[in-house]
Each structure stands twice: as structure tokens, then as C-alpha cells.
Ligand binder design. Structure first.
Ligand code: CO8
Length: 262
């Protein structure tokens, strides 16, 4: 696939892996890395035929992403801070808007912008050595890449406020208990576990998977009657796809479906 300076993008048998690759800085997110993430996500979006699921992870054994790059941020003025935040929102928004399902394979420190990146993914499979936190207040700032919002939606207001106001880290078991982590794995088994889930998902039709994540994300904060109505519209639309005919025909013919994403 395409080469980037700060991330690696590889694809194998329908599953792409995007690795944040600045291990000397614990994969901290500077502008160049956020730009590379956005560009790599465009490649994923434009290759729906070849890529059905995306795994996002960090390079090295220590960190998924240890936050936004503090050495870049220290001397920024408010306008530059807003630009950096916009850059991150643009890239993280692309993750949510992909049809492809996204899995964060959290291999180590997942702090600040790192937790905000992981929170933008559809699922989080985490190493039992991973540590999670929003330490921004310890630096005199607040989360600026969506942390006050996406973390709150994952764990509820009380826990989000506790994590953000204390700035302290929680371990993988606690992250699992509060709903940040969907599964916890041994470090050596993390990518295999993420790949196993990705393999199950990629067998399903990309349209149905993409629509399911779209309706879950878009309708989550609507009143229930509107959300149900939205789901009904999406459900009805799947009956206009070849995948629906193929899925149901395959069931009736007692064979595996061959979805084409049409
Ligand atoms: N930015 C820049 N460099 C970093 C970062 C970071 N976030 N994290 C680690 N590094 C660098 C260290 O400076 C060090 O570099 P060097 O070897 O050149 O001295 C290298 O990575 C290794 O780190 P440590 O030596 O500190 O490793 P330790 O094992 O001792 O500690 C920790 C690991 C606990 C993860 C520690 O590095 C740490 O606390 N890092 C900072 C974590 C943090 O505060 N993250 C939040 C940053 S703020 C943020 O993400 C805000 C997002 C919203 C921004 C909105 C902007 C508008």
C-alpha cells in the first residue's frame, strides 16, 4: 500500500492494519502524524473492495499512543491549538465515517489523544498491560480531540469526569469494567484476537456492517421513537441491495453467502 512517514498501512486478505509509527515518542500525535492518519484513512475508504475491516495499533511494545505531541503543543497559541484540534477531528471523524469496521488494538499506553483515537474506533481490544487516561488537566489543558465527548459516551458522565479531572491512569481490567475496553488479551495474543474478530466481521456484507455502525452511531443520542424510525429506514434500504438477496438465498440453499458489497 502507500508509504507514509509516521504511519504504516498494510493490507492482507481483506484486513488492513494502520500502525502509528513514532515509537521513540511513544507514538505521540503531532500534526504530521495526524495528517498521515487522515491520508491513510482515505486510502482505506477508497479501497472498499480490498479492505473490509481496519485494525489500528501502535508501533513498539510500550505504547498505543501516549497522547498529542507535547513538544509541539507547548508553544502553540490558541489559533494553532484550534488548528491542531481541527486536524485531529478531521482524521478521527474519517474513522467513524468509514463503512469498514474499525478495531483499536491497544498495545500499551493509551493516553490523551491516544484514548481519543481509540474511542473513535468501533471496538477496542486491549493488552492486559495497557494503561488508559486523559491526563490533559495535568498539563493545564482540557481534552481537545473529542475526549470530553466520546469518552463520556463510552463510560458515562461520572467516570469521564473522574478520569478527566484526576488525570490518573486506569489499567486494562478497569477499562474493561467501565466500558472502554471490549476485550482484554495477553500482549502476545492481541493482534491475533483483533484479527479473529476482524475475520468474522469481514465475512459479512460491507453494506450491512457499514449501515449497522452508521445507524448505531447516528441514532444513539436521538429520542427512542426517532432512533427506531431511523433504524427502520436503514433496514428497509438493505432490501435494495444484492447482498440481501445473496445472504437470504445462501441461507435457503444451505451454503455460505458470497457478498459483493452491492
Ligand atoms: N508527547 C511528546 N513526547 C512524548 C509523549 C507525548 N505525549 N509521551 C512520551 N513522549 C516521549 C518522552 O518525552 C520521551 O522522549 P525522550 O526519550 O526523547 O526523552 C519518550 O517519549 C519516552 O517517554 P518517557 O521517557 O516519558 O517514558 P516513561 O516510560 O518514563 O513514561 C509515560 C511513559 C507515562 C506515557 C510518559 O511518557 C507520559 O506521561 N507521557 C505523556 C502522557 C500525556 O500527558 N499525554 C497527554 C498529552 S495531551 C493530549 O493528548 C491532548 C489531546 C488534545 C490536544 C488538543 C490540542 C489542541
Amino acid at each position: 500500500m502507500k508509504d507514509f512517514e509516521n504511519v504504516l498501512l498494510e493490507a492482507n486478505d481483506g484486513i488492513a492494519t494502520l500502525t502509528i509509527n513514532r515509537p521513540k515518542s511513544l507514538n505521540a500525535l503531532n500534526s504530521a502524524t495526524l495528517t498521515d492518519i487522515g491520508d491513510a484513512l482515505d486510502v482505506v475508504k477508497n479501497n472498499e473492495d480490498a479492505i473490509k475491516v481496519l485494525i489500528i495499533t501502535g508501533s513498539g511494545e510500550k505504547a498505543f499512543v501516549a497522547g498529542a505531541d507535547i513538544s509541539q503543543m507547548r508553544d502553540m497559541n490558541p489559533i494553532e491549538a484550534a488548528e491542531l484540534s481541527k486536524l485531529a477531528h478531521n482524521s478521527f471523524g474519517k474513522i467513524e465515517n468509514l463503512k469498514q469496521f474499525t478495531i483499536a488494538a491497544v498495545n500499551g499506553y493509551c493516553l490523551g489523544g491516544g484514548l481519543e483515537l481509540a474511542s473513535s474506533c468501533d471496538m477496542r481490544i486491549v493488552s492486559n498491560k495497557a494503561k488508559f487516561g486523559q491526563p490533559e488537566v495535568t498539563l493545564g489543558i482540557v481534552p481537545g480531540f473529542g475526549g470530553t465527548q466520546r469518552l463520556t459516551r463510552l463510560v458515562g458522565r461520572g467516570k469521564a469526569k473522574e478520569m478527566i479531572a484526576t488525570g490518573t491512569m486506569i489499567n486494562a481490567d478497569e477499562a474493561h469494567r467501565v466500558g472502554i475496553a471490549d476485550e482484554v488479551a495477553e500482549p502476545a495474543e492481541l493482534i491475533d484476537k483483533a484479527t479473529e474478530i476482524a475475520t468474522t466481521i469481514k465475512r459479512n456484507g460491507l453494506i450491512a456492517v457499514g449501515m449497522a455502525k452508521y445507524v448505531i452511531d447516528r441514532a444513539a443520542d436521538l429520542p427512542l421513537d426517532l432512533a427506531i424510525d431511523f433504524e427502520t429506514q436503514m433496514w428497509a434500504q438493505t432490501f435494495a441491495t444484492e447482498d440481501q438477496t445473496e445472504g437470504m438465498t445462501a441461507f435457503l440453499e444451505k451454503r455460505h453467502a458470497k457478498f459483493t458489497g452491492k
